[in-house]
Design a protein around this ligand. Sequence first.
Ligand SMILES: [Ca+2]
Length: 423
Amino acid sequence: MNQKIILPLTIASLLITSALCDAQATGQTLNQYNVTPAFPDLTFSSPVGIYPDPTNSNRLFVVEQTGTVKVFNNTRSTATTNTYLDITSQVLYGGEQGLLGLAFHPNYTQNGYLYLNYVADNPKRTVIARYTVNPNEPNQADPNSQQVTLEIPQPPYSNHKGGQLSFGPDGYLYIGVGDGGSAGDPQGNGQNRQTLLGKILRIDVNSASGGRSYGIPADNPYAANTLGYREEIYAYGFRNPWRFSFDFQTGQLWAADVGQNQLEEIDIVEAGGNYGWNLMEGSICYNPPSDCNQTGLTLPLYNYTRDQGTAVIGGYVIHNQTNPELDGAYIYGDYGSGKIWTLRINSQNTTNNLLVDSNLSITSFGLDNNNQLYIAAYDGKIYTLTVNVIPEYPATTQALAVLVTTATLTALLAVAIKRTRNR
Ligand SMILES: [Ca+2]
């Protein structure tokens, strides 16, 4: 026997067997997620929102930042859209301005009301306005049906206009309003409860009071206050709460607040909460840059640094059966990095995991009537999550692999020994 051949082959055999044992699956199915176009034949102009049809027909609505709302059949092969509403002539589009949000009234099926959030000029302002669907044409809202609900004066800056509109489980309309723009909140709007800028608002669109076209819910934190605080405020201290959503199973309001230059944050928003801006950016002091007074502030549920992204895009807590491993997770992303994460909370801890490292400029997430998740991107496409299932190797397969490897090595050894003897 030639020792010079046997030893290396034995070591090789041990290494291969060891590697196979290491590859033994832990019993979990390992899924790899990706993003693919949900409607390959559809391209939108700066899509910033995706919404299911409240009449429960299989349709989706997409808001284009330029000022239009499109509607189409929620089928992968869809090749055409209808213009549901076009208010481009009223919309100031550019930078972070434009048509930014849509919410259907909870009784849309009966009253045909929908609400839009857009930026208008002369003077620059945020407009929350109600429109009504054409009663004879479910694919069109009546552009002449506008009733202005609320206007918020805006500073001259083109950024931080917020944009989210959502009806909560309580039936009230929640509105995300940014700090008005520039950088660092020069007007101090986030902490000033006498302005609507830098806030999440809550109003009752089904009643009118105090000379307004809407009512103030009696349990709003500053309802009937005598300090001059705006009664519409639900929570304050936000920089640019571009996207928020409700988990309709728990009632929790999940908001993503875009950071200044260090931290992007996720908050669970509660009535009367002060979420810190501009005293703090995420979990660190901003103004002053150290030793800020954190008394009474609600720190982020989670925040991440600039090596992970530059502008957080709030998503949704997922509840569906298609991907049960995602059930109960908050899925959100980042405009700058294209990364998409899952965030989970329980009584013990908060767990954040990377789901997809895409190269999309993500502007928004949306759900359809089956709670399937969609992703709007600035390239004009609507994407969906796709999953590649990597099956684990059964133990029998691994044992077989070890046997085959051992047999192959034995045969190679025999050939080598034979060749050595023949020399
Ligand atoms: Ca904050």
